[in-house]
Each structure stands twice: as structure tokens, then as C-alpha cells.
Design a protein around this ligand. Structure first.
Ligand SMILES: *Cc1c(COP(=O)(O)O)cnc(C)c1O
Length: 469
């Protein structure tokens, strides 16, 4: 009865394993603020050996295994370090990882609510916190998925089922030039013909113009096409710009089509008063993509989709399965995640979001995000005031975009100069055909100190480059 499987270590060994792993975890957390983001060897010298590595027939020692993991972690770009200001960093909260550990070991099945109603209810509770936070109606449903791409795909498939069932060849989707690539990818996977994803114009070069969308939709309607969805961005990845959500919501409502807001980067700024004001109109979306692994600091692997009407998800994803016939579903009580997503078996994903919210409290996240807005504003003021630099305007959220005065090559040169220091990482993008530099404040580890260091390095590099030119 009480015999442990040989895969289940006895208590002393479990304790030893946890303590050894715990040492590495502690090391990673406590050194994150001081580790340089750049400057590690690339790790390419480890690649051939790793590709050829095969499991031995006999057990290996945990010390040797952890040593190997340490060697891997000493290479590559350390995007969890505090100087990651380049892409949209996922800093990875310890408290979330602890939730994963418990969820994996308990390994409760959450694809069907009936198996473990309380475990599913914990996840549904944290999802309700989300739908309420975004002002969605009571019939709204949240889902935790692997990331923003999975959330955008789930949204587009749902919109297609609502507005072009069995007629995807005629379906059209409307979005802006700065829409994330995952929106186009989602449309393609959903079967929308490539030429029917309409990239609509912008009056300021950064934000979608609702008039341009309207003109395009009316033309498509005249041509016998089936407009399915308008996709607005609540914080583009390029510049953090927020599309005119109220005007897009009006248009979608008037035409009776789906309004999806891709808030993968910017959504959680709704926690702060300033962010909430700037994201006004998001509450009128039919669906919202969020990425807790970006603006809620969670480890990679957590995206979320909020849908204003739960039944729309069921329409898109519910299937009957003979072998699950004992488990009837009652959509009005606890929904089965398997009936409202592409997944059947899934981890108890809720815990990785619920645990950090419980342990830190909502206010900690509000204050941290508010602080990121301050840091971005501070960086923008400092860079904008420098005669050698020009910015693309005050940031809507926490992405600051700027150029050193000069041609595109000078932008790349500035990036290279700043990166020589190795403590901060920036990135570039192309806007209106010109190379632009980006500084993003979004890691929970991004502090005033690191932003000031970045500002100093940028200004020094700009001065040298302009002088040399
Ligand atoms: C990051 C991002 C995505 C994609 O999300 P993943 O989690 O990387 O799949 C989609 N949209 C926007 C606006 C993003 O910033």
C-alpha cells in the first residue's frame, strides 16, 4: 500500500534535491540585479555537445546536472537581468515559479472542471479578477494560454466562427501597420487568405486610423467580402502606441463585427490610474489578448485571452468526445477549459498567476507598473532634451523611441556603443522606413538606477558619434 514508486524519492532524497535546486534558484534571484545582460559567451561552443548528449542508462548525480545547467546559464543574452531594456522583457517572478512547482507535482487535471472543481475554481477566480479589471461584462470568460500568439490565434478563430462560419475564403481582417506579426500569423492559420488581412492606414504613422478602417471595410462589403474583425493594439510592440480604441469600438459595433484588442504588451497598465485612462475603450472589446509574462512579470509561458461572451468560445471550440461522456458540462456553472480552448489536457496554469497575486498583493503590481510609466517618462524627457537626440514623442506607455541625429547607420553605431558596456541592452526597429532605437521599461527588475545608466550611456555615445560625423 505505502510502497513508493522508484520514481518517487524517499523524503530525505526529496529534501536533498529541493535543497540543491534551491541553491541554484537563490543564486539566480539574488544575482539578477547585478548580472550584466550582455557579455556572456554566446554558448555556441556548448551547442554541439548538447545536441549529441543522450541520457545515460544509469542515474546521474544532481550536482553534475546542476553544474551543467549553470554552465548553460553562464552563456547567452541574460534577459532576466535588470539591464534588459531591449525587447519586452519577461523577468520571471520566483513566486510564480513556486506555483508551477506545486502545480506540476500535484498534477491535477484541469481540462474538465468536474475532476477537480476547486482547483479549476481557483483559476476561474483569478480569471474573473482579470475580466473585472478590464471592465468586461459578467458573461465574460478568461483563459490562460501559452502566450500572446496563442491568445491572438484563439481570438481570431473565435471571431471567424462568429462572423464567417464555413466561409473563410471571403473573410477579411483589419489591422494596423504596427500590429504584431502574430496577428497575421493567426489569420493565416485560421484560414483567412493572405491578401485579406488589411493593413489600414494611420494619420500619425504610429496609430491605426479608424476612418481608414471604415473606408476599407465599406469597400470590402461592396465587393462581397465578409469583414470578420478589427484588431486594435493597446500598446504596439514597436513604440507602445495605443490605437484609438473608442473609435474602433464604435466602428465595430456599428458594423456588427468583432473587435479584438491586442494588449499583450500594454494591457496590465490598466492597473495604474494613468494606464487605465490611456486604455479607455478596451472594456468594449469582444476579446483582449494579454501577456502576464510581459507586463505582469511572470515567467515565459503565460498568455491570456479575455472574451466578452463565454458562449462565443464554446461555439468555436466545443466538441463531443465519446470517452468523456461521463463528464457532462454545465457552461453556466464551471466551464470546462477543454470546451473553450484548443487544449484538452493542460497544467493547472492558474496557480502561476494566483500565487504571486496572493503573496505580493495587487497593490505591488499596480505600484511597479506605475513606476515603469515614470521611468519611461523620465527617460523620454532626458533623451528629448539632448540636442544630439530626437524622440518620436512622449511614450503612451513604457516604450521610448528615439534617434541620434544622423542616418540609419548612426543608429546602429549608437546601439553597438551602448552595448559595449554590457550592462544594458536596447534594440532597434524600423518606423516609416527609418531605423529607430527603443528603450523599454518593463522588467520588474528595471530600476531608476539602471535607466539612468542607460540614459548616460546613450547620451555619451550620441555625443561621440555626432562629433565624429
Ligand atoms: C509579444 C506580443 C505578442 C506575442 O506574444 P507572445 O507571448 O510572444 O506569443 C502579440 N502582440 C503584441 C502586441 C506583443 O507585444
Amino acid at each position: 500500500m505505502s510502497t513508493l514508486s522508484s520514481f518517487d524519492p524517499p523524503p530525505e532524497q526529496t529534501e536533498r534535491l529541493l535543497s540543491k535546486v534551491g541553491e541554484l534558484v537563490e543564486e539566480l534571484v539574488t544575482t539578477a540585479a547585478s548580472r550584466p545582460v550582455l557579455g556572456n559567451p554566446s554558448g555556441s561552443e556548448l551547442v554541439p555537445g548538447l545536441l549529441d548528449q543522450r541520457p545515460g542508462q544509469e542515474p546521474a548525480e544532481i550536482e553534475a546536472i546542476l553544474q551543467q545547467i549553470r554552465e548553460i546559464l553562464a552563456t547567452g543574452v541574460d534577459n532576466a537581468a535588470s539591464g534588459e531594456l531591449a525587447y519586452i522583457p519577461g523577468s520571471g517572478l520566483l513566486t510564480s515559479a513556486l506555483g508551477d512547482l506545486i502545480a506540476s507535482i500535484a498534477n491535477r487535471y484541469t481540462g474538465l472542471a468536474g475532476f477537480s472543481p476547486a482547483a479549476v475554481a481557483l483559476e476561474l477566480g483569478v480569471l474573473r479578477w482579470l475580466t473585472e479589471l478590464f471592465g468586461l461584462p459578467e458573461r465574460a470568460q478568461g483563459l490562460l494560454l501559452s502566450g500572446g500568439s496563442a491568445a491572438n490565434l484563439t481570438a481570431i478563430v473565435t471571431a471567424r466562427e462568429m462572423h464567417a462560419p464555413d466561409q473563410v475564403q471571403r473573410a477579411t481582417i483589419y489591422t494596423g501597420a504596427h500590429a504584431h506579426a502574430s496577428v497575421r500569423k493567426a489569420a493565416r492559420i485560421a484560414g483567412v487568405p493572405n491578401g485579406q488581412v488589411r493593413v489600414c492606414g494611420s494619420s500619425d504613422g504610429l496609430r491605426l486610423d479608424s476612418r481608414a478602417v471604415e473606408v476599407r471595410i465599406k469597400q470590402d462589403l461592396e465587393d462581397g467580402l465578409l469583414p470578420v474583425a478589427i484588431v486594435g493594439a493597446a500598446g504596439t510592440t514597436n513604440t507602445g502606441a495605443i490605437d484609438p480604441l473608442p473609435a474602433l469600438a464604435d466602428l465595430a459595433a456599428e458594423l456588427g463585427i468583432w473587435f479584438h484588442v491586442d494588449a499583450a504588451y500594454g494591457g496590465f497598465f490598466v492597473l495604474s490610474d494613468r494606464g487605465r485612462e490611456r486604455l479607455r475603450g478596451i472594456e468594449r472589446a469582444d476579446s483582449i489578448t494579454l501577456d502576464p509574462h510581459k507586463s505582469l512579470f511572470l515567467p515565459f509561458g503565460t498568455g491570456a485571452l479575455l472574451v466578452a461572451e463565454r458562449n462565443h468560445l464554446a461555439l468555436a471550440f466545443a466538441e463531443e468526445s465519446d470517452y468523456l461522456r461521463d463528464h457532462s458540462q454545465d457552461l453556466d456553472a464551471l466551464p470546462d477549459f477543454s470546451s473553450i480552448t484548443t487544449e484538452l489536457t493542460r497544467e493547472w496554469r492558474g496557480l502561476r498567476l494566483w500565487l504571486p497575486l496572493q503573496l505580493h498583493g495587487e497593490a505591488a503590481f499596480r505600484e511597479a507598473l506605475d513606476d515603469k510609466l515614470d521611468l519611461a517618462e523620465h527617460a523620454w524627457r532626458e533623451l528629448d532634451a539632448d540636442a544630439n537626440l530626437e524622440t518620436l514623442g512622449a511614450p503612451d506607455l513604457s516604450v521610448v523611441t528615439f534617434r541620434v541625429r544622423g542616418d540609419d547607420a548612426l543608429q546602429d553605431a549608437l546601439l553597438a556603443r551602448v552595448h559595449e558596456d554590457q550592462r544594458v541592452r536596447l534594440s532597434t526597429t524600423v518606423i516609416d522606413g527609418r531605423v529607430v532605437l527603443r528603450l523599454v521599461a518593463l522588467s520588474h527588475r528595471t530600476t531608476r538606477e539602471i535607466v539612468d545608466l542607460a540614459i548616460r550611456l546613450i547620451r555619451e555615445a550620441a555625443q561621440e558619434l555626432v562629433a565624429d560625423h
